[in-house]
Design a protein around this ligand. Sequence first.
Ligand code: FE
Length: 164
Amino acid sequence: MPERIGRDRLAEAIRRGGVELLDVRHRVAYEVSHIPGAMHVSNGLPADWAPPQNAILVVYSYGPEDDRATKATTRLEATGFDRVFLYAEGFRDWVASRMPCEPPVKSYACTVCSFGYYPHMGFPKMQIPPGTLFEELPENWRCPWCGAPKSKFAAQQAESNRLR
Ligand code: FE
Protein backbone atom coordinates (compact mmCIF):
# COMPACT_ATOMS: atom_id res chain seq x y z
CA MET A 1 0.00 0.00 0.00
CA PRO A 2 1.37 3.43 -0.92
CA GLU A 3 2.18 5.84 1.85
CA ARG A 4 -0.53 8.40 2.45
CA ILE A 5 -0.43 12.11 3.03
CA GLY A 6 -3.30 14.05 4.57
CA ARG A 7 -4.58 17.49 3.66
CA ASP A 8 -2.86 19.46 6.41
CA ARG A 9 0.53 17.88 5.82
CA LEU A 10 0.12 18.37 2.08
CA ALA A 11 -0.79 22.06 2.48
CA GLU A 12 2.23 22.53 4.74
CA ALA A 13 4.52 20.79 2.23
CA ILE A 14 3.20 22.98 -0.61
CA ARG A 15 3.87 26.10 1.45
CA ARG A 16 7.41 24.97 2.14
CA GLY A 17 7.97 23.97 -1.50
CA GLY A 18 9.37 20.72 -2.79
CA VAL A 19 6.14 18.99 -3.75
CA GLU A 20 5.34 17.75 -7.24
CA LEU A 21 1.60 17.19 -7.48
CA LEU A 22 0.19 14.76 -10.02
CA ASP A 23 -3.52 15.04 -10.81
CA VAL A 24 -4.91 11.85 -12.34
CA ARG A 25 -8.53 12.98 -12.74
CA HIS A 26 -10.04 13.48 -16.20
CA ARG A 27 -8.47 16.32 -18.14
CA VAL A 28 -11.69 18.38 -18.24
CA ALA A 29 -11.94 18.25 -14.46
CA TYR A 30 -8.29 19.29 -14.18
CA GLU A 31 -8.91 22.22 -16.51
CA VAL A 32 -11.88 23.44 -14.46
CA SER A 33 -9.75 23.52 -11.32
CA HIS A 34 -6.89 21.72 -9.59
CA ILE A 35 -4.57 22.03 -6.62
CA PRO A 36 -2.16 24.92 -7.36
CA GLY A 37 0.91 23.74 -9.26
CA ALA A 38 -0.47 20.27 -10.04
CA MET A 39 0.42 18.60 -13.32
CA HIS A 40 -2.19 16.59 -15.19
CA VAL A 41 -1.23 12.99 -15.86
CA SER A 42 -3.36 10.59 -17.86
CA ASN A 43 -1.46 7.80 -19.60
CA GLY A 44 1.71 7.72 -17.59
CA LEU A 45 4.31 10.40 -17.20
CA PRO A 46 5.97 12.22 -20.10
CA ALA A 47 9.00 10.14 -21.12
CA ASP A 48 11.53 12.87 -20.39
CA TRP A 49 9.97 13.97 -17.13
CA ALA A 50 11.81 13.78 -13.85
CA PRO A 51 10.70 15.25 -10.54
CA PRO A 52 12.72 18.19 -9.18
CA GLN A 53 15.57 17.21 -6.87
CA ASN A 54 14.42 16.40 -3.34
CA ALA A 55 10.77 16.78 -4.26
CA ILE A 56 8.15 14.44 -2.93
CA LEU A 57 5.53 13.25 -5.40
CA VAL A 58 1.91 13.46 -4.37
CA VAL A 59 -0.79 11.79 -6.45
CA TYR A 60 -4.49 12.58 -6.15
CA SER A 61 -7.76 11.92 -7.88
CA TYR A 62 -11.39 12.74 -7.05
CA GLY A 63 -11.69 10.93 -3.75
CA PRO A 64 -11.12 7.68 -1.88
CA GLU A 65 -13.63 5.70 -3.99
CA ASP A 66 -11.55 6.28 -7.12
CA ASP A 67 -8.63 3.85 -7.29
CA ARG A 68 -6.75 5.44 -10.20
CA ALA A 69 -4.63 7.49 -7.79
CA THR A 70 -3.68 4.34 -5.87
CA LYS A 71 -2.79 2.60 -9.13
CA ALA A 72 -0.74 5.55 -10.37
CA THR A 73 1.12 5.72 -7.06
CA THR A 74 1.91 2.02 -7.18
CA ARG A 75 3.07 2.37 -10.79
CA LEU A 76 5.37 5.28 -9.93
CA GLU A 77 6.91 3.27 -7.10
CA ALA A 78 7.40 0.34 -9.46
CA THR A 79 9.11 2.67 -11.96
CA GLY A 80 11.67 3.52 -9.31
CA PHE A 81 10.38 6.74 -7.79
CA ASP A 82 10.68 6.75 -4.05
CA ARG A 83 8.99 9.36 -1.87
CA VAL A 84 5.65 8.91 -3.57
CA PHE A 85 2.61 9.77 -1.50
CA LEU A 86 -1.08 9.23 -2.03
CA TYR A 87 -3.53 11.98 -1.13
CA ALA A 88 -6.35 9.46 -0.96
CA GLU A 89 -9.08 11.89 0.15
CA GLY A 90 -8.42 13.69 -3.11
CA PHE A 91 -9.61 16.85 -4.77
CA ARG A 92 -13.10 16.77 -3.28
CA ASP A 93 -11.61 16.82 0.23
CA TRP A 94 -9.44 19.76 -0.82
CA VAL A 95 -12.41 21.71 -2.17
CA ALA A 96 -14.66 20.74 0.76
CA SER A 97 -12.05 22.26 3.09
CA ARG A 98 -11.98 25.46 1.02
CA MET A 99 -8.32 25.13 0.23
CA PRO A 100 -6.92 27.28 -2.61
CA CYS A 101 -7.49 26.00 -6.12
CA GLU A 102 -6.23 27.01 -9.52
CA PRO A 103 -8.23 28.50 -11.08
CA PRO A 104 -10.34 29.24 -7.99
CA VAL A 105 -13.52 27.16 -7.79
CA LYS A 106 -16.73 29.04 -8.49
CA SER A 107 -20.08 29.05 -6.79
CA TYR A 108 -23.13 29.20 -9.00
CA ALA A 109 -26.52 30.79 -8.45
CA CYS A 110 -29.85 29.91 -10.02
CA THR A 111 -30.98 32.92 -12.06
CA VAL A 112 -34.62 31.91 -11.58
CA CYS A 113 -34.87 31.51 -7.79
CA SER A 114 -31.38 32.53 -6.56
CA PHE A 115 -30.57 29.15 -5.01
CA GLY A 116 -26.79 29.04 -4.51
CA TYR A 117 -24.62 26.01 -5.27
CA TYR A 118 -21.40 26.03 -3.23
CA PRO A 119 -18.84 23.41 -4.28
CA HIS A 120 -17.37 23.05 -0.79
CA MET A 121 -20.80 22.05 0.51
CA GLY A 122 -22.05 19.99 -2.40
CA PHE A 123 -25.66 18.95 -1.94
CA PRO A 124 -25.75 15.78 0.17
CA LYS A 125 -29.56 15.56 0.05
CA MET A 126 -29.20 14.88 -3.69
CA GLN A 127 -26.20 12.57 -3.21
CA ILE A 128 -23.79 15.30 -4.36
CA PRO A 129 -20.85 15.00 -1.97
CA PRO A 130 -19.11 18.09 -0.56
CA GLY A 131 -16.28 19.18 -2.83
CA THR A 132 -18.11 18.47 -6.09
CA LEU A 133 -17.63 21.24 -8.65
CA PHE A 134 -20.72 22.67 -10.32
CA GLU A 135 -19.18 21.72 -13.66
CA GLU A 136 -19.15 18.07 -12.54
CA LEU A 137 -22.86 17.91 -11.79
CA PRO A 138 -24.75 15.71 -14.26
CA GLU A 139 -26.15 17.59 -17.25
CA ASN A 140 -29.69 16.65 -16.20
CA TRP A 141 -29.17 18.04 -12.70
CA ARG A 142 -31.80 20.58 -11.75
CA CYS A 143 -32.13 23.36 -9.22
CA PRO A 144 -33.31 21.78 -5.94
CA TRP A 145 -35.56 24.75 -5.23
CA CYS A 146 -37.27 25.58 -8.52
CA GLY A 147 -36.33 22.78 -10.92
CA ALA A 148 -34.53 25.05 -13.38
CA PRO A 149 -31.92 23.27 -15.55
CA LYS A 150 -28.17 23.70 -15.11
CA SER A 151 -28.11 26.19 -17.99
CA LYS A 152 -30.09 28.66 -15.85
CA PHE A 153 -27.22 28.93 -13.37
CA ALA A 154 -24.67 31.72 -13.47
CA ALA A 155 -21.14 31.66 -12.06
CA GLN A 156 -20.47 33.86 -9.07
CA GLN A 157 -17.25 35.63 -8.32
CA ALA A 158 -14.61 33.13 -7.30
CA GLU A 159 -12.93 33.23 -3.93
CA SER A 160 -9.20 33.63 -4.02
CA ASN A 161 -7.56 31.82 -1.16
CA ARG A 162 -3.82 31.73 -1.34
CA LEU A 163 -1.41 29.05 -0.27
CA ARG A 164 1.91 30.35 -1.50
FE1 FE B 1 -33.78 27.75 -8.92
